[in-house]
Design a protein around this ligand. Structure first.
Ligand code: HEM
Length: 241
């Protein structure tokens, strides 16, 4: 890759991490690796949310487990905070690399818009960009909503660690539930292209595996979408109350 070749060998020797970060390939690797961590979290979180279908005790006990895991070796909530810090770092690196890559792309190849292939690539990249922006806004709202209880609830409605009650009360407001469904559609689009791009960056695709990886990205994105929206949909439909 030209971007890596342009960096003098002495720079690679003295600070390989900074040298890699300064290249497009390096930023793509950072996006792929942080994206993989975030996908793992999203799948785990989606599966955890499905405990709501087992009843209030199952999901509320799970919420307590998230805070007490590692005890007595590790104090209350410490492991959860470690996970939160790792996730936040991944989100920050993922966004920073995305913004810088976009700028580098815009600066490098304005003429690449004229082929069919690059139109498709640009469309997917653009969709991934705006779905990413909506996801960031969603996450801010979501943390204020179901973690902090600061928005979407009337005074006294939100109860710390009563996840079942909070989810049912929170999604009883139809436009909040609808907002979640729309945000999950954005997550689905983001994952569909994001997982595919990450697999390409990490070099796990050749002519034979290409259709398989396309299918894998699509199926994962759809499964995450259906798993997540099942909760607000079930509350709105009155199946979970
Ligand atoms: C319909 C979809 C979703 C539902 C019903 C949902 C539900 C919840 C609930 C109930 C909590 C609070 C858990 C607790 O306090 O123990 C929570 C926390 C959280 N959710 Fe979601 N979530 C959804 C989608 C997402 C998505 C798509 C993301 C990220 C892309 C996400 C990221 C988080 C994060 C980071 C936390 C805070 C965890 C913590 O630090 O305690 N959620 N979610």
């Amino acid at each position: 890759m030209a971007a890596t070749e342009a960096i003098p060998t002495t720079v690679w020797r003295t600070n390989p991490v900074a040298a890699l970060w300064s290249t497009m390939v390096g930023k793509k690797v950072v996006m792929a690796v942080t994206g993989a961590v975030l996908v793992a979290f999203v799948i785990g979180h989606m599966l955890g949310n499905l405990k709501i279908f087992l009843g209030a005790e199952a999901i509320d006990t799970y919420a307590v487990f998230l805070r007490t895991m590692g005890e007595p070796l590790v104090p209350y909530s410490v492991l959860l905070w470690v996970v939160r810090i790792v996730l936040l770092t991944c989100v920050a690196l993922h966004i920073t690399a995305a913004v810088q890559l976009t700028r580098m792309n815009w600066a490098a190849r304005p003429e690449s818009y004229d082929t069919k292939q690059s139109i498709a690539t640009t469309y997917a990249a653009r969709t991934t960009r705006w779905s990413g922006v909506i996801l960031v806004l969603f996450i801010v709202y979501h943390l204020l909503h179901l973690t902090a209880g600061r928005v979407g609830f009337r005074a006294g409605e939100f109860q710390h660690l009563s996840v079942y009650h909070n989810v049912v009360t929170g999604f009883s407001v139809w436009y909040v539930a609808l907002f979640y469904v729309v945000a999950m559609a954005c997550l689905c689009l983001h994952l569909d292209h994001g997982i595919w791009s990450a697999l390409q960056t990490l070099g796990w695709n050749d002519a034979r595996s290409t259709p398989l990886f396309r299918a894998l990205s699509r199926v994962t994105a759809l499964a995450v979408f259906l798993g997540f929206i099942s909760v607000p949909v079930a509350v709105l439909a009155g199946w979970v109350r």
